[in-house]
Design a protein around this ligand. Structure first.
Ligand SMILES: Cc1ncc(COP(=O)(O)O)c(C=O)c1O
Ligand SMILES: [Zn+2]
Length: 401
């Protein structure tokens, strides 16, 4: 593909699209996928269903798409939540509606298709849970071997159930996510594993379609997009999609991108607050939102650009705020998301209180993963079922309360 190449985000060194490379051999920074786009013709995709591959004009061309029908998730207008928070317009882009229950599927359909295109036999990732579930599913669909490394005892039950059911080789590392990712990088060199963490630039290509879908579902870009940030791939991907559509003249206004991190794992939010251009990693990240329990986000440089270039922000929320927001969203809108996803709602509440988001802004919160992924949290934090005798009077007493 002559019209596509890889390019270092820092020194701009170019690399052919079809070599397996994740970082620049000159300066060590991450890479972006670049294209010579033709003039966009919306009539080419307008009739196609909302999905990742609806936007194939903006994606790598592959001979075989490894797809489980990802994307096309709902953009829920949240009237009751908006009323509760005293704002005009809130939408939730519910990525839990993807095939394996998280936004990772958007990245994996493109990333695993590329793995096939490049002739890889084994794909691998480190994961706080969702990446492993998603990669395991797409590897199964593609007929590839899959190795996943997870922080032992620190991923939600549903995600582990998915990874083992899809037949991945699951290695529980006695360490945290950052250590698992470092191991994946080292073993990929030795064993020739194709890495599908978000340092893989092709994965982010799939995820940038969140931006395209939101823009088309709303009919225009929102004022702000708020999302949880862990390894910081998703905020970087959404930014890339927005920049591409802006450069192609498909949109005029650029939404502010606002990343939310858990207080115990917030290197990017801390850097933003000090207006730094570099981040200080967190050695021992901790949060109830295990999906974003990451101290050394590989995409920190892309993510800071996303925030600074869009006049966005990065903010922290406490575990308590996350758990409250999870219940609030479930009980006002009927949308059950996992704790990490609720960070976007918790962040919105905090930013509204601080006056950093305006009550009149059109806000989209991205909820990244389904609530059923982590059944232990509601069992711990919600009201227990009330045990009763099979007796009508007992029921009457309780229900009438
Ligand atoms: C549910 C959920 N939300 C958010 C994130 C963070 O995404 P990113 O690592 O792209 O910042 C993850 C990553 O694992 C996740 O699983
Ligand atoms: Zn470079």
């Amino acid at each position: 593909m002559e019209d596509m190449w890889l390019e270092c985000i820092r020194c701009r060194k170019k690399f052919p699209w079809n070599i397996v490379i994740y970082t620049c051999d000159h300066c060590g920074a991450l890479l972006d996928v670049k294209y010579h786009f033709e003039e966009p013709k919306p009539e080419r995709w307008r009739e196609k269903p909302l999905s990742v591959w609806r936007y194939e004009d903006f994606l790598p061309r592959v001979r075989e798409k490894v797809s489980l029908n990802e994307g096309g998730t709902s953009l829920h207008r949240c009237k009751r939540l908006a009323e509760k928070l005293g704002v005009e317009n809130i939408w939730v882009k519910n990525e839990g509606e993807n095939p394996t229950g998280s936004f990772k599927d958007r990245g994996m359909t493109v990333g695993v298709s590329l793995a096939k295109e490049l002739g890889s036999r084994t794909v691998a990732c480190a994961s706080t849970g969702n990446t492993s579930a998603s990669l395991a599913a797409y590897a199964a669909k593609a007929g590839l071997k899959c190795v996943v490394m997870i922080p032992s005892g620190k991923i939600a039950l549903g995600k582990l159930a998915q990874a083992i059911m899809y037949g991945a080789l699951v290695l529980a590392v006695e360490g945290n996510f950052d250590q698992a990712l470092s191991l994946v990088e080292q073993s990929s060199k030795r064993l020739g594993l194709y890495i599908l963490n978000s340092l893989n630039p092709y994965r982010l290509e799939g995820q940038k379609t969140i931006a395209f879908e939101v823009i088309e579902q709303l009919g225009q870009p929102p004022d702000a997009i708020i999302l949880p940030v862990g390894n910081a791939g998703n905020i970087s991907a959404i930014h890339k999609g927005i920049v591409e559509w802006k450069q192609l003249g498909l949109i005029e206004q650029v939404p502010r991108l606002i990343g939310i991190q858990a207080e115990g794992a917030a290197p990017i939010a801390h850097a933003y607050k000090k207006k730094e251009k570099e981040v200080v990693f967190v050695e021992n990240p901790e949060t109830v939102a295990t999906a974003i329990r990451i101290g050394k986000p590989v995409n920190w440089e892309k993510a800071l650009r996303a925030v600074y270039d869009t006049n966005g922000a990065a903010e922290t929320v406490t575990d308590e705020q996350i758990l409250q927001a999870q219940k609030l969203l479930a009980r006002t809108e009927g949308i059950f998301v996992e704790p990490a996803s609720a960070a976007s709602i918790a962040g919105l509440v905090k930013l509204l209180d601080a006056g950093l988001v305006d009550k009149n802004e059109r806000i989209v919160c991205v909820t990244t993963g389904h609530g059923l992924k982590d059944p232990d949290t509601p069992i711990r934090t919600c009201e227990k079922p009330i045990q009763i005798k099979p007796d009508l009077e007992a029921i009457e007493k309780i229900v009438a309360q």
